[in-house]
Structure formats: structure tokens, C-alpha cells
Design a protein around this ligand. Structure first.
Ligand code: F6P
Length: 552
């Protein structure tokens, strides 16, 4: 059984009370950690900080970690009984302690025989339904209400109901895909307007994705899309035919007007930001077809097997998480950049912002006490080489410490091959390697304006090639890296109470920005004081701009 501390066995101690934590503090307190130039001359050390999994080489050798620190980090994992907690995750124990739920995203890509009972009962059948649906849309058997094949898919969802499918679809959608796939997340009317601007109401398929089926942005966009369709077809049948949904609230979706056969279930034991592998990934199945979706799942499964079978010292997600802990909690580094050197992965930074910061942007342990140590840093980034002309100046000559993940793809991935673009990819790789080397070693110059200190720790991950399988493995790597961080900090990586509060405020302010004659003082929200003077003044200003009456 999982105890209230989110893991099997005895309640856990705060991270800073662990013996290995004290050892690491001692190591961090010794003379400034050796600089990277000298660490990189130790080839045995470099070899120990590299491992491969899921078609990717994970190189941690450019981190401020020597073999003594590595040993203490591995002790930390053992002291946290990482294997027992990993198995509790895969077994479907209630690791999401504040909601008493499992986190079984791994079951979504596991063979049915390996899935915990709760998953085995529903996952295979739902995936079968999803695949049949996607193939019928792709080959034209499934049509709009007037009998014409679908040409455009409009995916309406936000956060975990958008970022994963959008990342994978934009990265891997082949030119010969019969469908245009657009994503609408923001409540800003420009988002839905853009997606519908040139859409044909007879050949547009809408997918409404919302685990809760209560998210303001998604419901507002779905309602606008439904009205758009009704106004242009004057057929209620069009909504029944051209809207499908993915949700854990199937009755709510049916009440909204969706046919039961057009609703794909999601389950409370799948977190939103971990749900790509479920029917939330419908755009991937539509865009890449059944084989593409299966390859994505297979890649993630390969990483799951690596995570469960590789020894700690060669376990990519665990090593990455332990080195994160060293950088964050012992070297005091408060930000981490994601630098994908592949245009197709341009959405990876924002996807990881949600995965990492909504999971581990916490300050409370499972038992409700404070962590007492820092948790996830600021996660940011941008595609290379574009970032070199935007923020790399700061990275090379600024005053801030940082760490980064460089993600490179070995093969250029042009299908069919494009020899005339070969140099493009070679320059891309050369820049990625050059930048990470410069951040590690810096460069000398007699003019101080032209020198750079280097000595910045970074990771380099090299995918053999970017395809559904390697991307599935990479995303699963990040999921397990987040899980390992959370277990060291003793926090719940699977809830997100921090995002609930703002929604209540928005409702109050929505009313105030409306036609209410007076900008009335409103009751405080969640026992916090009522709106502050700044909010009042800004609401008044906006009401004035938009010609609403009421007190200035
Ligand atoms: O950002 C808060 C959040 O609840 C995420 O965890 C989730 O992925 C997103 O909003 C969308 O939620 P839903 O799928 O319920 O619409």
C-alpha cells in the first residue's frame, strides 16, 4: 500500500535530512567544484556520464559532476528507495496522494498483459476504437454531414490536452497527410478565428479534448465552433457528425451534444500532462496514422523498460534527475533551458514547461509540510540555431548561472532524401555542438569585452533520427526524469492545485468587465482580501476603453 508519504513503507524524511544529502552538501562546500575543462579531461568520468536508451545518446559529461558527487547522488536515490517507488508508479498505486489516485500513463503504452487491471479493462478497447476512427477519417469512410471527406481537423484543448498532441503532430506530420490539423487552445478569439478563417463547414472535424470538460477556454472555444458550424450548415446533424470528444466526463460531454460513439474516454488515473498516449493523442493518430501512433507508444514503452531495467548508474531518467538535483539544490542554479537543435522540435520547450513545472512547481511535501529545499527551476528555451540570435549572448557573457539540455538529431530526416539540404543539417549540428562546447569551455581574449568564462554545465541528447519512436522515447524520458525529481524532493508530481485559484478570480473579473453599471466591490475570493486598488484601476481603465459605464 502507498502510505500518506506517497511511497511504500515508512513515512519519508525531508530531503535535507537524508544522509546522502548531507554528504552532497559537504562536497558542494569544498573548494569551488573543478571547472569543466579539467573534468572533461577525465575520459573514464566522461564514459560514466554517458548512456543510451530509446535510440538516443544521453551525454551528461559536461556537468559539474565528478565521480565522488555521482556516487553520492546515487546514494541519495537508494536512500529514497527509488526502485520501490518506481514500481509503485507502474503498479498503479496512489502516488498522486492529494487526490488519492494512481498515475498510470505508463499503462497506456504497455502491452495489455502488463497493464494493471484498471487499465487493462479499458485501454486496449479505447485504443482500438481510436485507431478505427482515425483510419476511417484518413481514408474517407468517415465523412462530414454532407458526405464529403474531412480535410481539416480542429483540435480544441489546452495544457496537457493540447501541448503533447501539438508537439508530436507538428514535429512528424508528413507532407502527404490528407488532413490539415489546427490547434486551438487560448480563449483569445483570434485563436479560434484563425483556425476557422478558411475552413469548410462540410469538411471540418472538431475534436474537443478536456479531461474535466469544465475548462473555460476549451468550452468557450467548443461553443464558438459549434455555433460556427450550425450557422453555416443549419443542420444539428452536423454537430453530431463532425464533433468528437476526449474526456473523463462522458455524461457531461453527452449533455453538451456529443453522440456516445463519438466520445473517447479518459480516466482519473491519467494526468493531463501525461495523457498524450491516450485518445488525447487523436491528432497524432489522424496525422500519422495507426503505424505512427503505435511507433510513438513503442518508443515510450522502450524508455519505460530502460527505466525499469537499467541499473541506476546507467539509467538515463534517474541520472538526469539526480544531476538536476545537484545543479538546483547544491550549485544553486535556478533556471534550465531546453535547446532543441531541430526545427521540428520547436514546441518541445513549451511542452516541457508544463510537464516539468506543473508537476514539480511545488513547495509542499506529500505530508503537507514544507519541502525546505528548492524544487523545479524556471524552464525556458527555444530552438537552435534561432536562439543564438536571441538569447545566447546572455548565456555566454551574462552574469546568470544556468543549465541546459541540447537536443540534436543525427539524421536530417528528409523523406525522400534532399541532398541539396545536407549542408543545412550539418551546419545545424555544428552549431549545436559548438554552442555547448563554448558554454562549457568559454574562450579567452585579451579584450574583456570579447572573452567568455564558460564553465556552464549542459546535457547533450543525440537522437539517431527524429521519428515517432525516438520522440516517444524522449518524452517518456522526461516524464520519468520529472518523477525521479519529485521522489527525491518528496513532492506530489501529479496534482496541480496551484492552477485552480486563478480561475475563480477570472470569473469575478469577467463580470466586472461586462455591462454591470457599477464596478461593485466584490466579495473576497478564497478568503483573500477583495480586489486590490491596482486591479480596480485597471478594470476601470479597460471598461472605459471598451465603453462600459460605471465608476472610474
Ligand atoms: O493547467 C491546468 C490543467 O488542469 C492541466 O493540468 C490540464 O492539462 C489542463 O488544465 C486542461 O485541463 P482539461 O483537460 O480538464 O481541460
Amino acid at each position: 500500500m502507498t502510505d500518506s508519504a506517497g511511497g511504500t513503507g515508512e513515512p519519508r524524511r525531508a530531503a535535507a535530512d537524508l544522509a546522502a544529502w548531507g554528504r552532497l552538501a559537504g562536497l558542494a562546500g569544498r573548494a569551488p567544484s573543478a571547472n569543466l575543462a579539467s573534468l572533461l579531461r577525465d575520459s573514464a568520468r566522461c564514459r560514466a556520464l554517458r548512456c543510451a536508451a530509446g535510440g538516443t545518446l544521453f551525454d551528461f559529461s559536461r556537468q559539474h559532476v565528478d565521480l565522488e558527487v555521482l556516487g553520492a547522488l546515487l546514494e541519495l536515490a537508494e536512500e529514497r528507495r527509488w526502485k520501490a517507488r518506481r514500481e509503485a508508479l507502474f503498479a498503479g498505486e496512489a502516488v498522486n496522494t492529494s487526490e488519492g489516485a494512481a498515475a498510470l500513463h505508463t499503462a497506456l503504452r504497455a502491452p495489455a498483459a502488463d497493464q494493471p487491471e484498471a487499465a487493462a479493462q479499458v485501454v486496449p478497447a479505447t485504443r482500438q476504437r481510436l485507431m478505427a476512427f482515425a483510419e476511417s477519417v484518413r481514408d474517407g469512410r468517415r465523412t462530414g454531414h454532407s458526405g464529403r471527406a474531412f480535410q481539416r481537423v480542429v483540435h480544441i484543448g489546452i495544457g496537457g490536452s493540447q501541448l503533447g498532441p501539438e508537439l508530436v503532430t507538428e514535429a512528424l506530420l508528413s507532407a502527404d497527410c490528407p488532413l490539415t490539423i489546427r490547434f486551438v487552445a487560448n480563449i483569445d478569439g483570434h485563436a479560434i478565428a484563425d483556425a476557422l478563417a478558411d475552413a469548410d463547414p462540410e469538411t471540418t472535424l472538431f475534436i474537443v479534448v478536456s479531461k474535466s470538460f469544465t475548462t473555460l477556454e476549451t468550452l468557450a472555444n467548443a461553443a464558438t465552433a459549434r455555433n460556427w458550424l450550425l450557422e453555416r450548415t443549419n443542420q444539428r446533424e452536423a454537430v453530431a457528425t463532425q464533433f468528437v470528444a476526449v474526456t473523463a466526463r462522458t455524461e457531461t460531454a453527452a449533455a453538451w451534444g456529443l453522440r456516445p460513439e463519438n466520445i473517447f474516454p479518459l480516466w482519473h488515473w491519467v494526468g493531463g500532462r501525461f495523457s498524450l498516449w491516450s485518445a488525447v493523442g487523436a491528432p497524432v493518430a489522424l496525422g500519422l496514422g495507426e503505424a505512427g501512433f503505435a511507433a510513438l507508444l513503442d518508443g515510450a514503452l522502450a524508455m519505460d523498460r530502460h527505466f525499469r531495467e537499467a541499473p541506476a548508474e546507467a539509467n538515463a531518467p534517474l541520472l538526469a534527475a539526480l544531476i538536476d538535483i545537484w545543479n538546483i539544490n547544491f550549485l544553486g542554479i535556478a533556471n534550465h533551458a531546453v535547446l532543441p537543435y531541430d526545427h521540428r522540435l520547436r514546441r518541445l520547450p513549451v511542452y516541457l514547461q508544463q510537464l516539468k513545472t506543473e508537476s514539480n512547481g511545488k513547495s509542499t511535501r506529500h505530508d503537507g509540510s514544507g519541502t525546505g529545499v528548492h524544487t523545479v527551476p524556471i524552464i525556458w528555451g527555444g530552438e537552435g540555431t534561432t536562439g543564438q540570435h536571441a538569447f545566447h549572448q546572455m548565456l555566454h557573457q551574462g552574469t546568470r548561472a544556468f543549465t541546459a539540455d541540447f537536443i540534436l538529431t543525427g539524421a536530417d530526416g528528409h523523406q525522400p532524401p534532399r541532398p541539396e539540404l545536407a549542408d543545412h543539417h550539418r551546419w545545424l549540428l555544428a552549431n549545436g555542438l559548438g554552442q555547448s562546447q563554448a558554454m562549457a569551455l568559454g574562450w579567452q581574449h585579451e579584450d574583456p569585452h570579447r572573452a567568455a568564462p564558460g564553465n556552464h554545465g549542459t546535457n547533450t541528447f543525440v537522437l539517431d533520427r527524429l521519428d515517432a519512436r525516438s520522440l516517444g522515447a524522449l518524452l517518456a524520458f522526461y516524464e520519468h526524469r520529472v518523477f525521479c525529481q519529485g521522489l527525491i524532493w518528496d513532492i506530489n508530481s501529479f496534482d496541480q492545485w496551484g492552477v485552480e485559484f486563478g480561475k475563480g478570480l477570472a470569473k469575478i473579473l469577467f463580470d466586472q468587465l461586462g455591462d454591470a453599471p457599477e464596478l461593485a466591490d466584490t466579495a473576497p475570493v478564497h478568503a483573500t482580501p477583495g480586489p486590490d486598488a491596482a486591479t480596480h484601476a485597471l478594470v476601470s481603465h479597460l471598461r472605459e476603453i471598451n465603453g462600459k459605464g460605471g465608476r472610474q
